[in-house]
Design a protein around this ligand. Structure first.
Ligand SMILES: Nc1ncnc2c1ncn2[C@@H]1O[C@H](COP(=O)(O)OP(=O)(O)OP(=O)(O)O)[C@@H](O)[C@H]1O
Length: 255
């Protein structure tokens, strides 16, 4: 019964594959890719079954499909593969984790969050006047790719500056503000738009862009709706729609 000979390394192998499948599922949950993923899963199960049964003709046909399938998969899942690697690089912040600075200076003492109050005040004021806004708050990843798509500001966070940026006639009101290391890094930034089906249909591109950046990175985001004046908080691809300023402050403090 060599079939049942399970070594310790096999358990690690199975756990690793299960974990990767789970992360992949989380990444594509609620998107078109989810249906493709399940179809693919069924196909692989069938292929393994046919191989284990030694059904030669079917196995030869499926083997050929699998050979070409790898290239087809890369094409079909191009966006998801890209997001997966961005996620690995930014969410787990591999570059910084293994940097000399991090290795020799020990664990970080945490970021001092000076930004809560001005950001909450800004959202409260913008909500009252129904002025649309997206504010992205970076964590470990500085979101340089996205900062580069906007106008660099590098200014101290203040509610007057933020309100000015989102003021309807301001040239920078379109797009997102990115806050990093307690500074307003940039405004008018373009964010990746989420393809998720989970977002209510009535929410448009502003909310999709906020969801998109929190799916792809470890950042959180806040949206003030121009249509309803409602405030939404986004974190790790989840939305908290219609939060009060007090709830927003609490959520920001938990970060
Ligand atoms: N990819 C993006 N990155 C950053 N900002 C974006 C992006 N796409 C759209 N926006 C912003 O969203 C605005 C359009 O919002 P839209 O009305 O489609 O969204 P919404 O989610 O319905 O929000 P609202 O409730 O405020 O109307 C644009 O003017 C722009 O400022």
């Amino acid at each position: 019964m060599t079939f049942l000979d399970i070594r310790f390394i096999d358990l690690i192998d199975i756990t690793l594959v299960a974990y990767l499948m789970y992360r992949l599922y989380r990444l594509i949950r609620g998107t078109v890719a989810q249906s493709i993923f399940f179809g693919l899963f069924a196909f692989i199960a069938l292929w393994l079954f046919i191989k284990s049964m030694n059904m030669e003709l079917s196995a030869t046909i499926l083997d050929n499909i699998v050979n070409v399938g790898v290239i087809a998969l890369i094409v079909v899942f191009q966006q998801e593969i890209r997001r997966f690697f961005i996620l690995l690089g930014t969410k787990y912040n591999i570059a910084n984790r293994f940097s000399f600075e991090n290795i020799f200076s020990g664990p970080s003492t945490g970021v001092m969050n000076f930004y809560h109050k001005p950001i909450v005040r800004t959202c409260q004021n913008l909500a009252k006047t129904k002025t649309g806004a997206i504010i992205v708050i970076s964590k470990k990843s500085e979101l340089l790719d996205y900062v580069q798509t906007g106008e660099l500001i590098n200014g101290v966070i203040s509610s007057r500056l933020l309100e000015n940026i989102f003021y309807k006639n301001s040239p920078l009101h379109d797009g997102a503000v990115i806050v990093a290391q307690n500074k307003i890094k940039a405004a008018g930034c373009i964010l990746p738009v989420s393809q998720s089906f989970d977002l209510p249909k009535k929410l448009g591109l502003r909310h999709r862009a906020a969801l998109g950046i929190t799916e792809a990175t470890d950042a959180s985001a806040i949206v003030v709706s121009e249509e309803t004046g409602k405030i939404s908080y986004f974190q790790a691809g989840e939305i908290n729609h219609g939060v009060t300023p007090d709830e927003l402050e609490e959520l920001l403090q938990k970060e």
